[in-house]
Design a protein around this ligand. Structure first.
Ligand code: AMP
Length: 215
């Protein structure tokens, strides 16, 4: 399957994605994770992207599209993927369409997680992540067994720099102005599956699985 999962920051895309990938055999491709790994490894791409991410802005399309194109066409050979965090604006969506130009088959579905802004702000202010394995926790809803320590790999948890309140506000503004119009773009193509993302991770994962069974 060729799938996209979209929604505001903190909607639960990264939480739901592993379950979807397990059920469908898709590979999880998260552009946010790819940028964070490039920043951690101090690559040229990481250095270029860092400043934008810190401010809660989008990394320029040219860099992002090149990175995704390479991963999709070389590593996944164009198939069996769940894109998380890409596309984030209409030009990126058009670029993605162009990767498959000439093929009869395009995307299979676009999952949109809908969560109100107030809930997003509450969720992100309690989020902690493991900088090693990427596992995500929340002081309100999903605490690690040992305070501040990752259950999966035992590393110390951190607060993502772009989860600070001011940056979260910028990320939400960017989402509403640039990414939300994508919902119409994909709805017009008959690909959009709208899911209530305000429920528990288990309930949201189940709703996504049910919706995918119908396509
Ligand atoms: P995420 O983990 O998906 O919330 O992404 C974290 C940050 O990485 C975003 O706030 C952007 O600065 C950057 N980013 C991730 N995906 C994209 C994209 N498709 N286009 C531009 N910037 C992106």
């Amino acid at each position: 399957m060729r799938l996209i999962i979209m929604g505001p920051p903190g909607a639960g895309k990264g939480t739901v994605a592993p379950g979807v990938c397990q059920a469908t055999g898709c590979r999880h491709i998260s552009t946010g994770d790819m940028f964070r790994s490039n920043i951690k490894n101090q690559t040229v791409l990481g250095q270029e992207a860092q400043g934008y991410i810190k401010k809660g802005q989008l990394v320029p399309d040219e860099l992002t599209i090149r990175m995704v194109r390479q991963t999709l066409l070389e590593d996944c050979r164009g198939d069996q993927f769940l894109l998380d965090g890409f596309p984030r604006n209409v030009s990126q969506a058009e670029a993605l369409d162009s990767f498959f130009a000439g093929e009869e088959r395009g995307l299979d579905a676009v999952i949109l997680l809908v969560v109100p802004d107030e809930q997003i702000i509450r969720r992100l202010s309690g989020r902690m992540v493991c900088p090693e394995c990427g596992e995500s926790y929340n002081i309100n809803s999903r605490r690690p067994a040992r305070e501040g320590i990752c259950d999966v790999c035992g590393n110390k948890l951190i607060v993502r720099e772009d989860d600070r309140e001011e940056t979260v506000k910028s990320r939400l503004e960017v989402y509403h102005s640039q990414s939300e119009p994508l919902a119409d773009y994909y709805d017009r193509k008959g690909l959009l599956l709208k899911i209530d993302g305000s429920k528990s991770p288990e309930a949201v994962t189940q709703s996504v699985a049910d919706a995918l069974r119908g396509i």
